[in-house]
Design a protein around this ligand. Structure first.
Ligand code: AVI
Length: 325
């Protein structure tokens, strides 16, 4: 793998750029727009603006997962740190703004912290801020697409490792993809390692629907930003007023679905290809699967992990699992 490393000083992160392919965005959008149910993978939400909008979602009163998971990390951080063990290399998949890791870093001294994220600028600034605040921790930021096969930068192979995958991002994979992803993580971390993972729980539809249809319209802006990104980066001409955000819990599938609904008969051009949208036709942009504790433990076991501990809040909104290898 091609990694570009900048030098590291105390209080400064090292930066390993695996250059996640831009070409895939074009391919994935064009092939997704051609399907009978049009779809675009949710990982493309996270350009610079999308990452900022996602941070804003995490602050919304309706979006309970972030604050509930942070409460769990704060409340049970010392116990979690015991499972992880001092001197481990912490590897975070999809680190975003690296906010949650701060709670763990307050409870634990890792040998190093490796945040992995596809959003280069966002990762760079988050790693810089974190390195300033935790100068004693060696930070190696890795710009990569964690949903693809991946290797860690050199020097970490022999150290005990703990993965950190908060936020229920596992729910954005199809269950079979989630199993494959966990299997890849197991191979990457290696025997004797562990994984601390946040998983959103199944619950009544009204709470889920509110979480993905906030009153301020931030989730709608996050969803629509995908079209803006296509316009900007792939010579698209989506009319942003011609599509509307739609999110609904599909209880049969156990997932919240997000779509962009076409409000009229319209032609859209992307990369010199034209796509015709009927009124009411949707572009499916995200699934967010919700699991019971048992369902998730079964999934993790099928990928080679052993469930060790699970922490939940009083209302059973969210769970954090520690799995070992
Ligand atoms: C990142 N991921 C776990 C979020 C979720 O809840 O599925 C993304 C999100 N989509 C809409 N709101 C938040």
């Amino acid at each position: 793998m091609n990694s570009v490393l900048s030098s590291q000083k105390r209080g400064e992160p090292a930066f390993h750029d695996y250059r996640p392919a831009q070409a895939r965005f074009r391919e994935d959008v064009l092939s997704g727009l051609t399907k009978s149910q049009r779809r675009i993978p949710p990982k493309y939400f996270y350009d610079e603006k999308g990452s900022r909008l996602f941070d804003a979602i995490c602050q919304l009163p309706e979006y309970y997962p972030t604050r509930t998971e942070i409460q769990l990390l704060k409340h049970y951080g010392a116990e979690m740190a015991e499972y992880i063990g001092e001197g481990s290399v912490l590897v975070e998949f999809g680190s975003g703004s690296s906010l949650k890791i701060r709670v763990l870093l307050d409870a634990l001294e890792p040998a190093a912290y490796l945040p992995i994220d596809i959003s280069r600028e966002h990762l760079f600034h988050a790693a810089k801020r974190l390195a300033g605040d935790y100068p004693e921790v060696a930070i190696h930021a890795v710009c990569a697409d964690y949903s693809q096969p991946l290797g860690l930068p050199g020097g970490f192979a022999e150290k005990p490792k703990a993965g950190f995958f908060p936020g229920s991002s596992i729910g954005n994979f199809e269950p079979e993809e989630a199993r494959q992803f966990l299997t890849r993580i197991a191979a990457l971390l290696g025997p004797g390692s562990g994984l601390l993972i946040g998983v959103d729980l199944k619950k009544e539809a009204a709470l889920l629907n509110a979480a993905y249809n906030d009153n301020q319209g931030i989730t709608a802006a996050f969803n629509l930003n995908l079209l803006q990104r296509i316009n900007r980066e792939l010579e698209g001409n989506f009319d942003l007023t011609g599509f509307e955000h739609h999110a609904l819990y599909n209880s049969a599938e156990g997932r919240v679905e997000m779509h962009l609904v076409s409000l009229k008969d319209q032609a859209v051009t992307v990369n010199n290809q034209t796509f015709q949208f009927q009124p009411g036709e949707t572009l499916h942009t995200e699934n967010s699967y919700k699991y019971s504790i048992e369902e998730f433990q079964q999934l993790a076991s099928s990928a080679g992990f052993q469930p060790q501990q699970v922490w939940t809040d009083r209302e059973d909104l969210f769970s954090v699992h520690y799995l070992s290898l």
